[in-house]
Design a protein around this ligand. Sequence first.
Ligand code: 13P
Length: 243
Amino acid sequence: MGKIVAANWKMNLRRESARALAAALAAQGRRCWLFPAHVLLPVTAQAVQGSSLKLGAQDLSPSEDGAFTGDVSGEMLADAGCELVLVGHSERRHGHGEDDALLLRKLQRAMAAGLKPLLCVGETAAQRSAGQAREVVAGQLIVLEKLETARRRGLCAVAYEPVWAIGTGANATAAQVQEMHRHARAVLETLGLGALPVLYGGSVNPANAGELLACPAVDGLLVGGAGLKLDSLSAIDDAALKA
Ligand code: 13P
């Protein structure tokens, strides 16, 4: 069956490079989840049409259509061909000061628009040094308690992405990942979400993917930089297919 591989393209690529990458992945019959920047959604949607790839956005507005300059609504993303949407990526939490109350509104809006959110959680280096990693991640997940049970089941996955491992080349060790995923799973079980996939993200590459995927508590990977090139993303997906 294999494990999940999701690629967060962040603020990278152009229409032609996004189209070519998505088309090549589609031609290889891959089942990855792709998260391009908003303006690259139409061209990527076209490339993934009829394939086993899934399309998602990196963020959405907490509001419905209206006077919100610069925002993009969940309905617009669904109309552009998205099935999924990231919520709570650390670059939104820490780079844009998004707090749990705002993220809850985004989760609610995503579900109202028929999108399946992928909620990202993870502690900073300072929080880990202070021994707070488990508490921080539990707190970020417990937000889901405020959603009705039927709504909660609309999530597609949770991603554990320790902030200190994102874009640093220093991935969390398999032991750290296994411990945090088991912890996240225990919290999700209290919310009736024991079956929800838990992905790991943070400096994943073809060299470390196999070891991370071998952790029983890892249901897949959320890849940043290594998801921008066909060779590296394909190699990671090959490892996930074998896992
Ligand atoms: P990197 O793989 O570049 O560290 O990014 C991880 C990430 O933030 C995926 O959402």
